[in-house]
Design a protein around this ligand. Structure first.
Ligand code: GDP
Length: 224
């Protein structure tokens, strides 16, 4: 079963104090609004409307938590970089993201979604600056790669890697397309590697929700 398939929604929060207690290893997905984050999550989860982004930037920004079948958690962070956002919302976004990326103990890795035609904006670098110093891995999806020619895609990959070389092996980069469903195996294998590396260090304390769509995997006990 592919890692993200059949992820199930658990909770949304709007403020750092609403964060649920750590309960399984978390993998966060972040990206500039319109970069293709919701499409990437929905493609990986094989679910057309799991991640759902409000296209109204004035609204409260939420962090959404989805439970994977293996007990880990996919965390969908609010998109950033909307033009004309009221200052209050911008401050709320910054507080929520900065706090989560810098402090969350069970956050083991970050998947950053960037439009392959416009990677590494200032805010993308800010996200890296908040998280990468923790020494945990970041994997970048250069998405919408179907919009580039083969040569353009290869050159986007090389130049993004080069621009991030200061981070060494901690930051990895790949091409991805939700439209063509390309690059799925690569991101799954990278994230599976992160989960394998932490092993049982981050236990699931609370029993996983069990539904018809999300039955408990065979052999997994509640809370285990
Ligand atoms: P988000 O704001 O980052 O969640 O972005 P969305 O996932 O909502 O995508 C923004 C726009 O880009 C939508 O119109 C999508 O249909 C389109 N899009 C997303 N991923 C791809 C892709 O891989 N290829 C193409 N061609 N379009 C994409």
């Amino acid at each position: 079963m592919p890692l993200f398939r059949h992820a199930a929604f658990e909770i949304s929060i709007a403020e750092p104090k609403g964060l649920p207690p750590p309960n399984g290893a978390e993998i966060a997905f972040a990206g500039r609004s319109n970069a293709g984050k919701s499409s990437a999550i929905n493609t990986l989860a094989a679910h057309t409307r799991l991640a759902y982004v409000s296209k109204t930037p004035g609204r409260t920004q939420l962090i959404n938590f989805f439970r994977l079948r293996n007990g880990a958690v996919l965390v969908d962070l609010p998109g950033y970089g909307y033009a004309d956002v009221p200052e209050k919302i911008r401050r709320q976004w910054k507080g929520l993201l900065e706090n989560y990326l810098q402090e969350r103990s069970n956050l083991i890795g970050l998947v950053l979604i960037m439009d392959s035609r416009r990677p590494l904006t200032e805010l993308d670098r800010q996200m890296l600056g908040w998280f990468a110093p923790r020494g945990r891995p970041v994997h970048i999806l250069l998405t919408k790669s179907d919009k580039l020619s083969k040569n353009e895609a290869a050159s986007a990959l090389v130049s993004t890697r080069k621009a991030l070389s200061e981070w060494g092996d901690a930051v990895t980069v790949q091409l991805f397309s939700s439209l063509k469903k390309t690059g799925m195996d690569e991101v799954e294998s990278i994230v599976a590697g992160w989960l394998k590396a932490v092993g049982d260090e981050i236990p699931v304390y609370v029993p996983l929700a069990e539904t018809k769509e999300n039955p408990r995997p065979k052999g997994r006990k509640a809370g285990g």
